[in-house]
Design a binder for this molecule. Sequence first.
Ligand code: GLA
Length: 778
Amino acid sequence: MSAAVVLGGSLVVTAVSDPTPAEALVPPGVYGATKPHMGWNSWFFYGKAISAKIIADQAAGMATPNANLPLNGSGRHKSLADLGYRNVGIDDGWGSGGGKGRDANGVFVPNAGFLTGAHTKAITLSNGTTVAARALNTMKDLTDYIHDLGLQAGMYTDTGATGCGGMDGSAGHEAQDVTTFADWGFDFLKLDHCGGMPSSYPTVRDNYKAWGSLMADAKTSAGVKHPMALDICQWGAASPDGPWMWGGAAGRSWRTGRDLSGNVGYGTTSNGGSTWVNWGQVNENFKLNDHPSNHAAGQYNDPDYLMIGPGFGNDPATGKQQTHGTSSTLYGLSPDEQQSYFGMWSIQGAPLVLATDLTDLTAASAAIIGNESVIGVAQDSANRQGEKVLDDGSVQVWSKRLSARGTRAVLLLNTSSSSKTHSFTTKDLGLDGTPAVQNLYTGQSLGTLSPTGSKPFTLAPHQSVMLKLTGATDQRPETLFVPTATGVSQKNWNGTSWSAWQTLALGTAGSTGPGTIKGEPAVVSTAGGTDVFVRGANDTLWTNTYKNGAWGNWSSFPGMVLTSSPTAASLGRDRIDVFARGTDGRMYQRTFQQTPGADDKPAYWYDVKWTTSSVAHAGPSTPTGSGTIVGAPAAVASLNRIDVFARGNDNALWQKSYVSGEWTGWTSRGGALASSPTAVSGGPGQIEVFAKLASTGNVGQLSWTAPGGWSSSWYDLGRASVGAPTAAQVGSRVNVYARATDNTLWQWYRIGDGPSGTWQQLDSTLQLTGSPAAAGHY
Ligand code: GLA
């Protein structure tokens, strides 16, 4: 927990430790959800051919003890609800189109076939409680039944005037429809986007945020508070500012890709009796869902529903895969593919929303979707999305940090169409020690993995294995750069010790590399490697990636002339934002965004490309100048935000923030700086800024926490610095590096919650010619 400690009156030091969900200062989602939701949705199995009776029967299937699931403590079989599947979602097809979807007062009405008065099933739950049958005459009858079963009920509408299936949407009726859904007793809403949005909203983000507020503040028409959760269905459009950048401020989840199948409605004769899904579609949505930076407690990337089980692609008569029309593509998923599908969704911490017929769950399907160890990975309370750490073009290795320290879930996935043998090491996962390894699909213990060993796995085409590694320790790697007369020296902390200094090759100026580095590099470090961005001899931006102990080739990004060192911010591999001062003295931003769908390449970095041109940010207006900044900006990323700091012409610290997809203006944070700032974050709602103070020439610190705001004044750390310091967060440790007045390298560090830090000379031989740069990751 962050602690604000008052030292000597007005000096405030903020201690930072590893964030855990319980400590997160950002509320866990607008709706208080702390785990990705699980449940069932009607779309892929039934299409628009739904009725309240069908929905009620599926709810009953979810809550009924299932002979294919294990016994509970009372000798009854568990139900799917007992495993966490509790959301019952109505999709398209409950209303009417052509303006007939509302009554004379404009209130939504279900279509004539939806409410038939048919009776629900009476069932006995796994805890022995009985739920009586009831007639379905109103929407409230349906939600009452779902609630009696211990489940939650979900509604469906569209932001536009007409929805995906031709049903009337909610455009212009937003508040009225939210009240109606509250009156009907619903708990959550899927909000589709086929009809676009009313022109009153400037952006899709504004449209969904407005809905999010309406849902969170919802009341019934009798004025009773009835908050409902929102699932955003906008398919991940508008990269790099897709719904993952702002969805957490509007809803609990957002779709990141298109529909997994365009063919829906098992049982209808028009499609041959089956909904088609194939491996390529599953793998594509898995790729598109890779946005770990914005996935956290209460806000989740959603790759679409789980088409696992009867009704999906296999010929209903033979159970065999089939082709469609003249296509030779096989539809339907093999048992290995179905198992991988569930493992992929779980390693990404995705909402687990079933699409199959829950009243007809086969033993084979139950073995996959009922595996409580795998579900436990998806639902882990650390709420981390798994990240891809290895990819040789055939086999991918995904690693998900679990809540217990030194613990990982690992998915090895063979995406190719031939059998492959693959292995990984503890280092690939950022672990030290000798963890115990368990196969979560089978429950089998696989012994231990030594620090120098690897475990090979042979995987059939599209097969995967999910492992759990326990009992290791987390590495806290860090990379440090210092400029010297002979170039740039680099050394790496591997969690235990520093490497020797090595020289970073800078290539031939303007052709194979930056040649020289002007100022200091910007460095970001994530599970995928360490990236540096530098201002080269020709004043343009260059970048290189350090991965598995080696640098790659330099890439150049011409077209923008830099007049300062760059700064870079990233929480994960899916997005890196780089900022620098341009020739007009203003701040410019470029965004690197992972390119979904283009990742069948060995080096993950190559999935990243520029997606926007430079965006100029008019600098702070100060008493001595307007619109410009002095020296290099500093950027830091934390959940749902990027904060940028710069020294204004008045020498004060200025801040500009990108919060949930929107930029604020510049705000002065005061002080008198004698260098560019540097900034770190120990987790959501925590920022520390360091800079050289004009008053003493020493390194100073200013801190912010979400509940406490900014510290009232700069805290003098008591050691002089030549030029700007640099700061890095490494696990629970904050390291600040400075070039001391004798040009040697000093480090100030603080571990965990301690109120103050310690200085130590880190190197007494190297003579620095500029400011250091460093980045760690946890
Ligand atoms: C869109 C959504 C689907 C489903 C259909 C209904 O395609 O992405 O999930 O809701 O609309 O028409």
